[in-house]
Design a protein around this ligand. Structure first.
Ligand SMILES: [Zn+2]
Ligand SMILES: [Zn+2]
Length: 459
């Protein structure tokens, strides 16, 4: 079996790997590279293979950096099955349509600027129609249900514990057991099951997003959240929580449900103001088979994603009406890095008032508005207008959906049965991957490689 690492090699985004076996080709993922426009355009537009030669795609989970270039692959001739879990199919359906809409919108604005400068017009990577067409190729497979996308190569999906429907992918031939981690989650996080540990692996392709860092534990997060809510009550704050639409919003809702049940949230309404997050929450309700025992038990009695005082905001009129409403209240909204979506409007209205609170709940990429707020900027620019940051800013660092350095080392250790020949680190910036490589080589004595893009290895 040959593996060519193409995307998410020495970087976190654009996951894409080519597997060749008996002259047949399949892909592990087809993610979108997210970054500066021209670079992203160049990387996403060109595939170093013929899309129509690919027999199948195996998708670990729905996040756009893993699934987001599928419509482009189909547009360029791929017409095989896209295998993933049923929950991944349902979330990817929402995310791919959303992504297509964003690209249509972006290209319209870019083309307007290009026209004004007399420059040639550009095409979007794909449009809504392409995304809709792509959904027809999705072929759901349950966890632990082996299938053979090409003769002699068996694939089985197991829980990755990262987001709903996420899987680690086991590839087996007569000679080799290769495990692809996708994005690996953390143990003991609410809602979904823990990552599955598999033994007797020959080769492991492992993500390294946080290879050199450790997260706060989740255990203290409910208390941190309770303190913030109580402060908000005293100051009659609007508490703005930018949150990713997938997993983070649902996780926060279950945490706030706990705080409703213990009386902390009494008389304080909570608004989930993101149509995408509301739709994704609906998908969560459709897939209790992905829940851990605790969430499943709550689900058996009622809705884990609802409590009195929680409102899923539907239309933009209702969203705008929140601006004139007095606090205290909690508004959870996307995008998670404050780069777009309704959260931006809530920030415009709330950021200059010292009684308000902004709670950052996840990773903020360099250059994003969320990162500037998190790093304590006095003034930020939103739609070209300057705003003084007077609201109090908190960071809840224990909510990450990714394994940290310790988790990754522990995972390899558990997988290791003396058989493991090599670990390939992907999906991490080089300094994170180096840190993890050092730990794996020095403490576990495992041969560890950080392949560059377009490296091919035979296993
Ligand atoms: Zn992910
Ligand atoms: Zn990822």
């Amino acid at each position: 079996m040959d593996i060519t690492f193409i995307g998410a090699a020495r970087t976190v985004t654009g996951s894409l790997h080519l597997i060749e076996y008996n002259d047949k080709k399949i892909l592990l993922e087809c993610g979108m590279y997210q970054g500066h426009r021209e670079e992203a355009e160049r990387i996403n537009q060109t595939f170093p293979f013929k899309p129509k030669d690919i027999k199948a795609v195996i998708l670990s989970h729905a996040h756009i950096d893993h699934s987001g270039n599928l419509p482009n692959l189909v547009k360029r001739g791929f017409n095989g099955p896209i295998f993933c879990t049923p929950a991944t199919k349902d979330i990817a359906s929402l995310l791919l349509l959303d992504s297509a809409k964003i690209q249509e919108y972006d290209i319209k604005h870019l083309n307007k600027r290009l026209r004004e400068k007399g420059l040639p017009q550009k095409e979007p990577l794909y449009e809504v129609e392409d995304a809709e067409h792509t959904l027809k190729y999705f072929s759901p497979k349950q966890y632990r249900d082996p299938f053979e996308p090409i003769p002699g190569l068996t694939i089985t999906l197991y829980d990755a514990g990262h987001i709903l429907g996420s899987s680690i992918i086991l590839l087996e031939t007569e000679e080799t057991r290769l495990l692809f981690s996708g994005d690996l989650g953390r143990k003991s996080m609410p809602i979904i099951k823990d990552p599955t540990v598999l033994k007797d692996i020959d080769y492991l392709i492992l993500e390294s997003t946080y290879g050199g860092r450790d997260h706060k534990t989740f255990a203290g997060m409910i208390d941190e959240c309770r303190q913030i809510i109580n402060e908000g009550k005293r100051k009659r704050s609007k508490i703005i929580i930018p949150a990713f639409a997938v997993e983070r919003t649902q996780l926060l809702v279950t945490m706030l449900k706990t705080l409703y049940d213990d009386g902390t949230l009494k008389d304080m309404p909570v608004y989930v103001d993101s149509p995408l997050a509301s739709d994704v929450t609906e998908v969560f309700r459709d897939h209790p088979e992905c829940f851990d025992k605790e969430t499943y038990q709550i689900f058996a009695k009622g809705d884990p994603f609802n409590f009195p005082g929680l409102h899923y905001v539907a239309d933009s009129e209702e969203s705008k009406a929140l601006n004139s409403q007095a606090g205290p209240m909690v508004i959870m909204s996307a995008s998670g890095m404050c780069e777009g979506g309704r959260v931006v409007h809530h920030l415009i209205h709330c950021i200059e008032n010292e009684n308000n609170i902004i709670v950052i709940t996840g990773f903020q990429a360099r250059g994003t508005l969320g990162r500037k707020i998190l790093e304590g900027a006095d003034k930020v620019y939103i739609f070209n207008d300057g705003f003084k940051v007077r609201a109090k800013v908190y960071f809840m660092g224990g909510l990450s959906a990714h394994a940290d350095g310790n988790d990754l080392v522990e995972y390899v250790q558990k997988t290791q049965t003396g058989k493991l020949k090599k670990v390939f680190l992907i999906h991490g910036d080089i300094e994170e991957a180096f840190a993890l490589q050092n730990r794996l080589q020095n403490t576990l004595h495992i041969d560890t490689d950080i392949p560059q893009s377009m490296t091919t290895v035979s296993v």
